[in-house]
Design a protein around this ligand. Structure first.
Ligand code: PLP
Length: 383
């Protein structure tokens, strides 16, 4: 049996929404995207949502709108996808890596506070694997440390539908950024969104999302007459085309139902793997977990053997993630050994298939493959 790492759940109804956009003259950002933005803001209980063509470009648009640039430091967790640090470097600022909690793998507030300097402009907490960081707590701690000026931009690429004590992404920060990349819980292949409660910041992101221009393409044509535009600030190209935005409304409407199915798969894995000697991240009680990924950590030195055995068994797996400071690009740009928990987790973690449509037979196959591989770790591998 082959079990894919991910399989999207798009339907005929989604395809028909795309077809409807193809019947319009302009495929770029327009009325469909604006409707989805309203839907996202309502779902998350916030005032402003802006669709983007990726998390990466959305985060760049946010950092530009906040005026983060050369001479500034931005604190990011070492255990995350490289994009979290890359966007900081791409706007000319310096990513400073903080470590994560050994149980939850989430950014540690005390480690953020330890790394504050005069150059610190922002922190990007990551809701890793779908479990939310305590953003309200981080905000309070920054204020108590005399740094209420430090901006918080949430990396919510793993957590569209999750919450912590009723707080959703975007409630306690300057902005939260989502990804609708191909493997994410809500996907349109490539896409993303930014939410914020600040009308002023939303207005600035409207510009930094589109070259810094004063009007969107569709708006420029909508009156039937050409309207001049101006460029008011330096921006990037981060708007999402309606042809992709059309894939989102159906998924957003069903995301809570899908989350419940992910939770069932995750709980089954967790029960099946307890007692095998695999480490798994602790789940906090007051969290609604988005279960974007199901990572396990295999005993030191055995990851590649485990990856090979799972591939042989037909199980699609990935690694989320090697710690960012251990990558070739960042190795010489970050202090060595400053984030030991992230480095150690990153050297042994493997992500298993965890999506809503995973059948019981597929789950059984994954469980059997992992259990079998763990039992054979004791035995020397054939050369
Ligand atoms: C996927 C991901 C991103 C990047 O998203 P894109 O939409 O591909 O730019 C950023 N951060 C995390 C944690 C991710 O998993």
């Amino acid at each position: 049996m082959q079990v894919p790492f991910y399989r999207h759940a798009l339907s005929r109804a989604d395809a028909e929404r795309v077809a409807a956009v193809l019947d319009t003259p302009m495929l770029t950002s327009g009325p469909v995207g604006r409707e989805v933005e309203t839907q996202i803001a309502a779902y998350l209980g916030t005032s402003h949502a802006l669709l983007t063509n990726s998390w990466t470009n959305g985060a760049i648009a946010v950092l530009l709108a906040l005026g983060v640039g050369p001479g500034d430091d931005v604190i990011v967790p070492a255990m995350t996808f490289v994009a979290t640090a890359n966007v900081v470097a791409l706007v000319g600022a310096r990513p400073i890596f903080a470590d994560v909690d050994a149980d939850t793998l989430l950014l540690r507030t005390d480690d953020v506070l330890r790394r504050l300097t005069d150059r610190t402009r922002a922190v990007i907490p990551v809701h890793l694997y779908g479990q939310m960081v305590d953003v309200a707590g981080l905000r309070t701690a920054l204020a108590a440390a005399g740094r209420p000026d430090v901006r918080i931009v949430e990396d919510a690429a793993h957590c569209f539908e999750g919450s912590l004590d009723g707080h959703r992404p975007g409630h306690d920060s300057d902005a939260a950024v989502f990804s609708f990349y191909a493997t994410k819980n809500v996907t349109c292949g490539e896409g993303g969104a930014v939410v914020t409660r600040s009308a002023d910041l939303a207005d600035r992101i409207l510009h930094t999302r589109l070259h810094g221009m004063s009007a969107m393409a569709v708006d420029r044509f909508s009156t039937g007459r050409y309207r001049h535009w101006d460029m008011v600030t330096l921006g990037t190209k981060a708007n999402l085309a309606d042809v992709l935005a059309a894939l989102l409304p159906g998924q957003i409407a069903s995301v809570d139902r899908q989350r419940a199915r992910r939770a069932t798969v995750a709980q089954r894995y967790r029960d099946a793997f307890s007692g095998l000697g695999l480490r798994m991240p602790a789940w906090r009680r007051s969290v609604v977990h988005a279960h974007h990924l199901f990572p396990v950590h295999v005993p030191t030195g055995h990851r590649d053997g485990m990856l090979r055995r799972l591939a042989d068994a037909g199980v699609g797996v990935t690694v989320n993630y090697r710690s960012v400071p251990s990558t070739t690009f960042y190795r010489d740009r970050a202090p060595h050994g400053a984030t030991p928990v992230s480095d150690e987790w990153g050297a042994g973690t493997i992500s298993l298939p965890c999506f809503p449509d995973l059948t019981v037979a597929e789950q059984d196959h994954v469980i059997a493959a992992v259990t079998g591989a763990i039992h054979r770790l004791q035995v020397p591998e054939p050369v």
